[in-house]
Design a protein around this ligand. Structure first.
Ligand SMILES: [Fe+2]
Length: 158
C-alpha cells in the first residue's frame, strides 16, 4: 500500500517577487514605529495611530495571503525534505504573527476610546517592537529559504 504524505514546498521566484513588491507593508511598519517612538512631549494622535495599525493589519493579511497562494504549495512528492519542514514552520508563523498584530490593533483602539489608561501606550509600543522583531526574523528566514531553494534548483540541474 502506497502512502502519500503531503509536504510543504515553496516557489522561490514567486515568493521573492511578492517580497520585492510589498513596499506599502514596509512603509506602514516604518510609519507605525515612528509614531510610537515619538518623544513623550508630543501629543499622541490616537485616531491616526489606529488608522495606521488598521492599514498595517490589512496589508499584512494581503502579504501573507499572496505568499500562501503563490509562494507556498503542497506536494505529494518532496524533492527537498530538508526544506519542507522549515517551509511548513514558516507558513504556520503567518497566523501567529497576524494574531499578534490583531491584538495590538485592539489595544490601540482601547486607547483611542479611553477603555485603557494613557500609560498603556508604553506597553503597546513595546508590544509593537516585539512584533516587528518577530516579523523581521520571519522575513529573514523566508529569504534564507528562498536562497537555498534556488540553490537546490540549480544543483538539481547539474
Ligand atoms: Fe511569510
Amino acid at each position: 500500500m502506497a502512502i502519500a504524505t503531503r509536504t510543504v514546498a515553496i516557489n522561490p521566484a514567486f515568493l521573492q517577487e511578492i517580497k520585492d513588491d510589498h513596499h506599502e507593508l514596509r512603509q506602514l511598519l516604518h510609519h507605525t514605529a515612528a509614531m510610537l517612538n515619538r518623544p513623550p512631549w508630543m501629543q499622541m494622535e490616537y485616531d491616526r495611530l489606529v488608522d495606521l495599525f488598521t492599514k498595517l493589519r490589512d496589508q499584512l493579511a494581503m502579504h501573507f495571503s499572496l505568499e500562501e497562494a503563490y509562494g507556498y504549495f503542497e506536494d505529494a512528492i518532496t524533492v527537498a525534505p530538508h526544506l519542507s519542514k522549515r517551509a511548513e514552520a514558516l507558513r504556520s508563523q503567518h497566523f501567529e504573527l497576524y494574531s499578534q498584530l490583531c491584538s495590538l490593533v485592539e489595544r490601540a483602539e482601547q486607547l483611542l476610546y479611553h477603555e485603557a489608561p494613557a500609560i498603556a501606550l508604553a506597553g503597546l509600543a513595546e508590544g509593537f517592537r516585539a512584533f516587528s522583531f518577530r516579523l523581521q526574523d520571519h522575513e529573514l528566514c523566508e529569504s534564507d529559504l528562498i536562497l537555498e531553494a534556488f540553490h537546490d534548483d540549480l544543483g538539481a540541474g547539474d
